[in-house]
Design a protein around this ligand. Structure first.
Ligand code: ADP
Ligand code: MG
Length: 231
């Protein structure tokens, strides 16, 4: 298995958008399983009270690369500090953070504290484009994210090329100075894999090569251009 190397301090990658249903959990679980497949010590933190990432992790077959899950949305319990509740195993290299929809104001600021990379999934629909435009404004004006310190990237999700809605999304993204690091196509592979605790690259159905390619590009981008091979 390929390795993308390790750092002393874990890299924190937060998947966030004010909009529900845009693919936050799909990106978080696929990214976490992709890093685990690359032999990286990976933690998956779920801040969404719906607990979808933890539900996915419970369904994950034992024989697959392991991930450390933290149900961060759960009450930390009496006498337990927040940092103890959210403590990471020793030698964690990548921390993937799934978030709830609708975060604004102080909750948004709190959620983004300490993150190295912000990934924003966006769907090609006018409602999603509108909500994402407002969210990106909040990110810079309210949460005061500084691109010199925190990388901000966009992932187009459920892409159907050559559709009017995708062209509208392309126009919107073109006007922003934020890199689009992946286009994930609309496919049942995401639905099937999420139900059984897999990343899309772990499906054994031979129709996922395009999806594997998309995730390899995404990981390569996040890891500064190193070619990697998922298995
Ligand atoms: N690229 C995709 N192709 C097909 N279905 C997708 C894709 N991305 C997400 N989905 C499905 O869309 C639904 C919402 O995605 P999810 O990741 O749960 O969004 P969020 O966490 O932002 O609410 C889920 O049922 C998921 O399986
Ligand atoms: Mg979710």
């Amino acid at each position: 298995m390929a390795s993308v190397g390790s750092d002393t301090c874990p890299q924190r990658i937060t998947i966030i958008n004010v909009k529900g249903g845009c693919g936050k959990t799909t990106v978080a679980t696929n990214l976490a399983s992709a890093y685990a497949s690359l032999d990286m010590n990976t933690a998956l933190l779920d801040f969404d009270p719906q607990g979808s990432s933890m539900y996915w992790l419970k369904a994950r077959p034992l024989k697959l690369p392991k991930l450390h899950g933290i149900a961060a949305y759960r009450d930390k319990g009496p006498g337990v500090t927040r940092s103890f509740h959210l403590r990471l195993p020793h030698q964690t290299e990548r921390v993937i953070i799934d978030t709830p929809a609708g975060l604004t104001g102080l909750a948004l600021i709190d959620q983004l504290r300490g993150t190295d990379t912000i990934l924003i999934p966006v769907l090609p629909s006018s409602i999603d484009i509108h909500a994402t435009a407002d969210f990106i404004r909040d990110l810079f004006l309210i949460a005061k994210v500084r691109p010199q310190r925190t990388r901000v990237c966009i992932i187009c999700n459920r892409v159907k090329p050559n559709t009017l809605s995708f062209r509208a999304l392309e126009r919107f993204l073109h006007a922003l100075d934020i890199p689009v690091i992946a286009q994930l196509r609309e496919t049942q592979n995401y639905v099937m894999s999420s139900e059984i605790g897999l990343g899309v690259h772990e499906l054994d159905n031979k129709s996922n090569q395009q999806d594997i390619d998309a995730w390899q590009k995404l990981i390569s981008w996040l890891e500064f251009g190193k070619p990697v091979a998922l298995q």
